[in-house]
Design a protein around this ligand. Sequence first.
Ligand code: NDP
Length: 336
Amino acid sequence: PLVLVTGASGYIGASVVHAFLRAGYRVRGTVRKQAQADAWRKHFPQYKGKLDFALVEDMGKEGAYDEAIKDVEVVVHTASPFFFGYTDNERDMLLPAVNGTLNILKAAHWAGTVRQVVITSSFAALQDYHRGPDPTKVYTEDDWCPLTWDEAVKEEKDQILVYVTSKKYAEKKAWDFVAEKKPAFSLTTILPVYVLGASEQPLLSVDGLSTSASWIREFIDKQDLPKAPIHAMIDVQDVALAHLRAVENASVAAGKRYLVAAHSFSGSEVAHILHQAFPDQQSRFPEVRGEPGWDKEEPWKWDTSRAEKDLGMRWKPLEQTIREAAEQVFEFERRD
Ligand code: NDP
């Protein structure tokens, strides 16, 4: 079967492409620029004949995916704006996220060949963003982020809030689309917490690492111990695997959301892992300053039993994720 992966040059998108190719599928990736397709071909010649590309420069444009969808049986939609420093909340974040999702669903609906769509949503789409710390709160797939579109449009300082809202509405509109149009395909959504680990993108330099993948660089040649952006993480390859398993278990995954999260973590724990794993580089990492975990905050808990039961998910150890991510940064240093 031919799988269309949107955002194939992105951090999660690239790992999704590799996961499906390794499992024997044919993949068409959408990228925004020809150079991204060229980079894939150059870095991964082994996929010749199995991987092709479609150019979709701006998925927010009406009909953006109409060409790319031809002969596709399964869609994995990972593309969504995930960057900060933008100037217009609605134009740069909310609308591309929602319209990109609606455009891929419309294309899949009209194509007539698509049997399943899997969308990369986010923990953001179920978290109650304004809720203060409450260790009794256990997030599950029944939760929905209560932020509103208007609140996000008006927000002037907190760009994370706007991103969070974009993810909520992108997913919500997808479920509304399916309820209303009753397409021939089933829908599954995957909701990862903070994603870490070595990137499988065809990267030219370490500066190409995307928002969450580059967090590991906060630990290298820095004095201050970084704070975890949120206290729950998952490895990028586990995220990709969850998408693959949703396709391999399509009937059980149909119509479901899956929260995927592996471990809680904190800055001191990550620093400790780095000190242990790379003894010859120790002077480059921040000090742990106490027992590893001393800075851990656990303002809420989560329940991933659905992904474990339906998709057979097991989680890569935190030590391995951190080691692989740092190893990639050092590898780039050796190349330069
Ligand atoms: P990346 O920024 O690496 O990937 C985003 C992808 O979307 C890129 O390929 C990007 O293309 C593409 N894209 C963005 N805007 C558009 C647009 N208007 N038209 C076409 N393509 C577009 O981030 P991640 O891989 O981390 O994120 C992938 C998905 O996972 C997103 O949906 C994100 O919300 C979600 N997610 C990520 C988490 C994380 O911690 N990383 C956690 C939970 C969910 P280009 O790079 O060329 O601009």
